[in-house]
Design a protein around this ligand. Structure first.
Ligand code: TMP
Length: 222
């Protein structure tokens, strides 16, 4: 991208952390403060991405391996960046994304117990994203047993079951949680880690406080 005028914030975490709800609430709070923003997600933030999302998050957990998954997530990401994220940031709009590249490291690298190499993921990042990074990453942390229960309960009411990753064993989810925490510890200037095992309102307050502090704003909460 050429010139970033907006701010790029990503929300990360395992299953059932409430990311999408929190993203909507943060977006509302920013809009009320007069900050133009869009919300988006990975996979599936674009039309082609929606098709990739169907492949990636539904069906048999073993239908493709970690390398194929990483390639597909990066195809989704590249389209997402070039057609949605970068154009919005160039216009000065803030972009709030439910997941970004940290998800690939957490799921395809740590989740699969490092069955693919970190170098491969670094190469994919360099090729597809370059030096671009989120300005802030909010990691919503929760015990995977609680998160998975929430997530599977939510999926019960849905016609299309997006539970391909939920169906992996608890070890996969414990690994990816530990991986996220390691990543956050390596880049404390970008990450903030918040306990997601609390009410929607309390978690929103924590997020608003951290975003306000990080960007020198005085955001008010409803
Ligand atoms: P979500 O919209 O509920 O977060 O679902 C997206 C699923 O895709 C979730 O299980 C995490 C997974 N995922 C990866 O495995 N790697 C990635 O790079 C991304 C963006 C998501």
């Amino acid at each position: 991208m050429t010139d970033r005028k907006g701010v790029f914030i990503t929300l990360e975490g395992g299953e059932g952390t409430g990311k999408s709800t929190q993203l909507k609430l943060l977006s509302q709070t920013l809009t009320e403060a007069g900050i133009a923003n869009i919300t988006t997600k990975e996979p599936g933030g674009t039309e082609i991405g929606q098709e990739l999302r169907r492949i990636l998050v539904t069906g048999d957990k073993d239908k493709c391996d970690a390398v194929a998954e990483a390639l597909l997530y990066y195809a989704d990401r590249r389209i997402h960046l070039t057609t949605k994220i970068w154009p919005a940031l160039e216009k000065g709009c803030w972009v709030l994304s439910d997941r970004f590249a940290d998800s690939t490291v957490a799921y395809q690298y740590y989740g699969y117990n490092k069955r693919i190499s970190q170098e491969m993921l670094d190469d994919l990042y360099r090729m597809s994203v370059g030096k671009f990074k989120p300005d802030m990453t909010i990691l919503l942390d929760i015990d995977p047993r609680i998160g998975l229960e929430r997530s599977l309960k939510k999926a019960q009411g849905m016609s299309v079951k997006e539970t391909r990753h939920e169906s992996r064993g608890i070890e996969f989810h414990n690994n990816l949680r530990a991986g996220y925490l390691e990543m956050a510890a390596r880049e404390p200037e970008r990450f903030v880690v918040l306990n997601a095992d609390k009410s929607i309102e309390d978690l929103h307050k924590d997020i608003v406080k951290n975003v306000s502090e990080r960007f020198g704003l005085s955001l008010c909460r409803k």
